[in-house]
Ligand binder design. Structure first.
Ligand SMILES: C[S@@+](CC[C@H](N)C(=O)[O-])C[C@H]1O[C@@H](n2cnc3c(N)ncnc32)[C@H](O)[C@@H]1O
Ligand code: SF4
Length: 333
């Protein structure tokens, strides 16, 4: 699948729930959430059908996200069916890490169960190593569970465990260098992500926004000039650097300040309530659940995907007109 601007779509991010056991300030409102009713969420069977169709159209990489995907009941039953789908070569999971140590069967942790379903990489969100700050950011005092979850993922032998850290002035700002050390000790690939306007506007203000360039300078003031690694790529839009004198690499995702951010975009998103979104930073979303439930054939659903790709914008609207209509938790980061 290729859009009007030459973006080749090979990567589908699928949100399987809008629910979460945390309340990150930048992702969802603090007050009680109204979750989507069950009948409005794609069933496992519907989700698998749409993933299969996308894979037949050239999607080779799949990332499962949410909300917190590991809160979905019987999620391992869904994961077990993924490796059999056409063309999928690369399975990844995004999680807050809090549930990775949970036993899904006697003697089998969630991390091991996910790994046994063919997942190669797991991305774990961690913005700070300060327990009180973690609780303020996420609304939950779960830092020890996340660290145990990271260690469970390492023990489960994923080919890559990444840490995603959202940059926030005055919050995660104070943890940048300790996160670099933490990642080095555990052989984790750390990436810093600029705060995006996908939440209530009061959270995202100039007061909170910390540009990647400034974060990089702060890290360099402790470790020395970071060495660009233009050849090193993962699937996403991160720019990587080597920490001087170490094998460690760290990445920066400058969704707002990097003007070339969208050029290599290869993504499409499927929300848990059956909307296809061609771009995270655009209002555009297309309801594929209605035709799916009305009995559309595979050929009709394939055409639906192609039509959505055709509408993919050249770049996101974050810098101009975008005001969030949906919170990140309901889109799937
Ligand atoms: C929506 S979460 C879903 C998966 C899982 N619950 C987690 O926290 O990793 C996916 C990613 O989006 C990031 N995220 C959420 N809101 C964001 C925002 N406003 N700006 C930048 N990243 C955001 C989170 O930090 C997380 O790394
Ligand atoms: S970022 Fe992840 S853990 Fe935090 S509220 Fe959003 S979905 Fe939940």
């Amino acid at each position: 699948m290729e859009d009007r601007f030459g973006h080749r779509i090979s990567y589908l991010r699928v949100s399987i729930t809008d629910r979460c056991n945390e309340r990150c300030t930048y992702c969802m409102p603090q007050e009680l959430q109204e979750w989507l009713p069950r009948q409005d969420i794609l069933t496992f069977e519907e989700t698998l059908r749409l993933i299969r169709i996308a894979s037949e159209l050239g999607v080779t990489k799949l990332r499962i996200t949410g909300g917190e995907p590991l809160t979905r009941r019987d999620v391992i039953q869904l994961f077990r069916q993924l490796p059999g789908l056409t063309n999928l070569r690369d399975l990844g999971l995004s999680t807050n890490g809090t549930l990775l140590t949970r036993e899904v069967e006697p003697g089998l942790t969630m991390a091991e169960a996910v790994r046994s379903c063919g997942f190669r990489s797991v991305n774990i969100s961690l913005d700070t190593l300060d327990r009180a700050e973690y609780a303020r950011i996420t609304g939950r005092d779960l830092l020890p569970d996340v660290i145990a979850g990271i260690d469970a993922a390492r023990a489960a032998d994923f080919s890559q465990v990444k840490i995603n850290s959202v940059l926030m002035r005055g919050r995660s700002e104070n943890s940048l260098t300790s996160l670099v050390e933490f990642a080095a000790e555990r052989n984790l690939l750390l990436r810093f992500i600029e705060l995006m306007p996908v939440t209530t506007t009061e959270v995202l203000s100039d007061r909170n926004f910390l540009p990647v360039a400034e974060a990089k300078r702060k890290i360099e003031s402790k470790f020395g000039p970071l060495i660009p690694q233009p050849e090193f790529k993962t699937n996403g839009p991160a720019t990587y650097y080597q920490v001087p004198g170490r094998a460690q690499r760290i990445g920066f995702i400058g969704a707002i300040t990097n003007l070339h951010f969208c050029e290599s975009c290869n993504k499409l998103r499927l929300t848990c309530d059956g909307k296809l979104r061609p771009c995270l930073g655009s209002y555009l979303e297309f309801d594929i659940m209605t035709p799916l439930r009305a009995g559309a054939s595979d050929a009709q659903l394939r055409q639906f995907f192609l039509d959505v790709v055709e509408r993919k914008p050249e770049q996101h609207d974050f810098r101009t007109t975008y005001q969030p209509g949906r919170k990140m938790v309901a889109i799937g980061g």
